[in-house]
Design a protein around this ligand. Structure first.
Ligand code: ADP
Ligand code: ZN
Length: 599
C-alpha cells in the first residue's frame, strides 16, 4: 500500500509519474526537505499528497487561501482521501470535528492557513500528533522579492526549529533567482534539495497586441475562439472590472465581477459560481486567482499589463491546467506602463525595492514589444529555454523590425521642444505638421520639429511612441495630464547618439486590427466521439449538481475525452483510463458506463 506508484494508480488513476514527481516523492518519503519550483498544472500537489499517504501521520498543508480549502477537500474526498481544514472562517462545530479527527490520527491531509498554524494553541496540538510532513504551498509568499509577499508567511521559519526532523516541502510556480534564494533561506531548506521543473506550458498559446478598442477586442476574441468556454479576464482597476462585467452581461455573456471592493459574500459567491459552472467568465483584478485550480479555464485575457513577467506567467498559467490547448491573450497600451510606474513611485517601499520593481516592469514591457518568440523570452526569464515555439503570435507572424534611430530622435526632440508637458496625440500632430489651432496658438508650428515626421502615418507614430515608452526613453506622467517627458535614459540616448530598433506594424495592424490567436477549442476528430463526449459532459454535470461540487471534481475533460475515444466496455477497462481510480470508479463509474454503452 505504501508504494507511491501503486497509490498513483489506485487512488488517482494515473499510469505514471510526470517530470520530477517520482524523484521528489522518494526524497520526501525518506525524510528529506525540498524546494519545488514547477509551473502551474505540472502536478505539484501530488508531490506532497502522495508522501502524506505513504508516511505515518498527517500531512500539514499550509496555504494562504482559505476560501478554496473546502473545494480541495471535496476533491480529495472523491478520491477516497481523508482531508480536513482548520481556518478562522469555519464554525466551531466543524472545527472541533476536524480537531477530533486530527487527534485520533484519522486524517491523511490537513489544510491550514499560515496565521492559524503559527498560533501557539495550534502548535501545541500539532506537538501531540504524528506529522508526516509540512507542505508550504505558494511559497513565494515567504519572500519580499516575490511578487505576493505575505508577512504571515515569514513566521513559518519556526517549522524548521520546532518540528526538527519532519520534512518540509515548499512549492511555488513562480520565483526568480532572488526569490528562490530567499525562500530556501527563510524556510531553512538548504539541507534539502531544490527541484526546478521545466517552465514551459506548451499547451498555452500566447498573444500580445496593442489595445485600440479594448472591450470589442476582448469580445471578438471570446466570440471567435471561446464561445463555449470558461475564462478569466484581468483588468487593472475595480472600476474597470465592474464596467467590463456589466458590458459583457449586456452582450449576453455570462460574466461575473471579482475584486477586493466587493463584499466577502459576493466575492465568494462569484468565485463559487466560476468554479462550479461551465461557460462562465470571471472579470477580475489580481485579487482573483491564487489557488484557483479549475483545470478547464480555456483562456486568460489581460486588458492591461500586469506588473512583472512573474505575475503575467502566474496569471496566464491559470489557463489550461488540464494540459489541453488554451489561450493567453493580452492587449496593452502606452498608458499601462505609466500607471504601473506611478504605482511603484507612490508606494512606501524602500528605494531598492522600487528599483527592482521598475526592472521587473521593464522586462515585461520588453516581452510586449518583442519581435522574437514570446515563449523564449518567458522561459529565459526563468533560466529555462526553448526553440521558437510555433505556438505564439510572434512565431506565427514574425514581426519585422526597423532601425528607428532617426524617428526616435525626431520624437524625443519634438517632446523636448514642446516643453515636455503635452500628451502623445499633440506631439504626434506636431511631428506630422498638423495645422491645429492649439499648435498655432502655442507657436509650435514655427519650430524645427513641426512636420518633420510627415512621412509616417499616425499609427506608425503611435507605435513608435509606445515602444519608446516601453524601452524607457520616454515616460508618461499621469500626474501631469498624461504629459510625455524624456527619461534620464532618453537624454543619454540623445547625447550618446545610440541606435534603437522598433517592431514594424504589420499591414493588418496598420489598419488598426489585431492579429487573432489560434483556435483552442476542444474538438475530437470523429463526429461520433464528439457526440459521446458531449453526452458524457452532460452526465458529469448531473452528478456534479447532485453532489454540489464543480464538474471537474468528478472527472476532468481529459478523462472524458479518453472515455469517448476508447469507449471502455466494463469497469476493468475503465480503470485503464487516466484519471479513474478505484474510489471514483465505484462512485461514478456506472453512470458513465451507461452513457458509453448506450452510444
Ligand atoms: P500544480 O499544483 O502544479 O498546479 P496540480 O497538482 O493541480 O498542478 O496538477 C495538475 C493536474 O495534473 C491535476 O488535474 C492532476 O490531477 C494532474 N496530474 C498530476 N500528476 C499527474 C500524473 N502523474 N499523471 C497524470 N495527471 C497528473
Ligand atoms: Zn513562439
Amino acid at each position: 500500500m505504501n508504494n507511491p506508484l501503486f497509490i498513483l494508480k489506485q487512488t488517482y488513476g494515473y499510469g505514471q509519474f510526470r517530470g520530477q514527481q517520482a524523484e521528489i516523492i522518494d526524497h520526501v518519503n525518506e525524510g528529506g526537505s525540498a524546494f519545488v519550483l514547477m509551473p502551474t498544472g505540472s502536478g505539484k500537489s501530488l508531490c506532497y499528497q502522495i508522501p502524506s499517504l505513504c508516511r505515518d501521520g498527517v500531512g500539514v498543508i499550509i496555504s494562504p487561501l482559505i476560501a478554496l480549502m473546502q473545494d480541495q477537500i471535496t476533491a480529495l474526498e472523491q478520491l477516497g482521501i481523508s482531508a480536513g481544514a482548520i481556518n478562522s472562517g469555519m464554525p466551531l462545530r466543524d472545527l472541533l470535528r476536524v480537531r477530533q479527527k486530527l487527534e485520533n490520527n484519522q486524517l491523511d491531509l490537513l489544510y491550514v492557513a499560515p496565521e492559524r498554524l503559527v498560533m501557539e494553541e495550534f502548535l501545541e496540538i500539532l506537538d501531540q500528533v504524528n506529522i508526516a510532513l509540512f507542505a508550504i504551498d505558494e511559497a513565494h509568499c515567504v519572500s519580499q522579492w516575490g511578487h505576493d509577499f505575505r508577512p504571515d508567511y515569514t513566521a513559518l521559519s519556526l517549522l524548521a526549529t520546532r518540528f526538527k526532523g519532519i520534512p518540509r516541502i515548499a512549492l511555488t510556480a513562480t520565483a526568480d533567482q532572488a526569490t528562490r534564494k530567499d525562500i530556501v533561506e527563510r524556510l531553512e531548506l538548504d539541507e534539502g534539495k531544490t527541484f526546478i521543473g521545466g517552465f514551459d506550458r506548451p499547451n498555452i498559446h500566447y498573444s500580445i497586441l496593442e489595445r485600440n478598442n479594448p472591450k470589442k477586442q476582448v469580445l471578438d476574441f471570446i466570440r471567435n475562439h471561446h464561445p463555449e468556454d470558461s475564462g478569466i479576464i484581468y483588468c487593472i482597476s475595480r472600476k474597470k472590472v465592474e464596467d467590463m462585467a456589466e458590458w459583457l452581461q449586456a452582450m449576453n455573456i455570462n460574466a461575473l465581477p471579482y475584486h477586493a471592493g466587493l463584499t466577502p459574500e459576493v466575492r465568494s459567491r462569484n468565485q463559487d459560481r466560476f468554479l462550479r459552472e461551465e461557460k462562465i467568465i470571471i472579470v477580475a483584478t489580481i485579487a482573483f486567482g491564487m489557488g484557483i485550480d479549475k483545470p478547464d479555464v480555456r483562456y486568460v485575457t489581460h486588458m492591461n499589463i500586469p506588473k512583472s513577467i512573474e505575475a503575467y506567467y502566474q496569471e496566464t498559467g491559470r489557463a489550461g491546467r488540464d494540459g489541453l490547448p488554451s489561450n493567453a491573450y493580452m492587449i496593452y497600451g502606452m498608458d499601462d506602463a505609466a500607471m504601473q510606474r506611478n504605482w511603484i513611485e507612490s508606494s512606501e517601499a524602500p528605494d531598492i525595492q522600487k528599483r527592482i520593481e521598475h526592472q521587473k516592469l521593464n522586462a515585461l514591457l520588453g516581452l510586449c514589444e518583442a519581435a522574437i518568440c514570446r515563449r523564449q523570452i518567458l522561459l529565459e526569464y526563468f533560466d529555462d529555454s526553448c526553440e521558437p515555439c510555433g505556438n505564439c503570435d510572434t512565431c506565427e507572424n514574425k514581426p519585422e523590425t526597423f532601425d528607428g534611430t532617426i524617428p526616435a530622435q525626431m520624437a524625443l526632440s519634438a517632446v523636448f521642444r514642446t516643453g515636455q508637458r503635452f500628451g502623445m496625440v499633440y506631439v504626434v500632430d506636431v511631428l506630422m505638421g498638423k495645422e491645429d489651432e492649439r499648435i498655432i496658438r502655442f507657436g509650435h508650428d514655427r519650430q524645427s520639429t513641426f512636420g518633420i515626421g510627415a512621412k509616417l502615418s499616425k499609427n506608425e507614430w503611435q507605435n513608435i511612441f509606445r515602444q519608446l515608452v516601453s524601452q524607457n526613453l520616454l515616460m508618461v506622467d499621469i500626474n501631469e495630464h498624461n504629459g510625455i517627458k524624456i527619461t534620464d535614459k532618453g537624454f543619454l540616448f540623445l547625447k550618446k547618439k545610440d541606435r534603437v530598433n522598433f517592431r514594424k506594424l504589420t499591414e493588418k495592424q496598420k489598419r488598426q486590427k489585431g492579429k487573432s490567436p489560434r483556435k483552442a477549442r476542444i474538438e475530437l476528430d470523429n463526429n461520433l466521439d464528439q457526440i459521446l463526449y458531449e453526452n458524457l459532459r452532460a452526465a458529469r454535470q448531473q452528478i456534479a449538481k447532485k453532489r454540489r461540487v464543480p464538474a471537474y471534481v468528478i472527472f476532468n475533460d481529459k478523462t472524458l475525452i479518453e472515455l469517448a475515444k476508447v469507449r471502455p466496455k466494463n469497469f476493468e477497462d475503465m480503470l485503464e483510463i487516466s484519471g479513474i481510480g478505484t474510489a471514483k470508479l465505484k462512485k461514478f463509474g456506472q453512470t458513465l458506463l451507461d452513457v458509453i454503452l448506450a452510444a
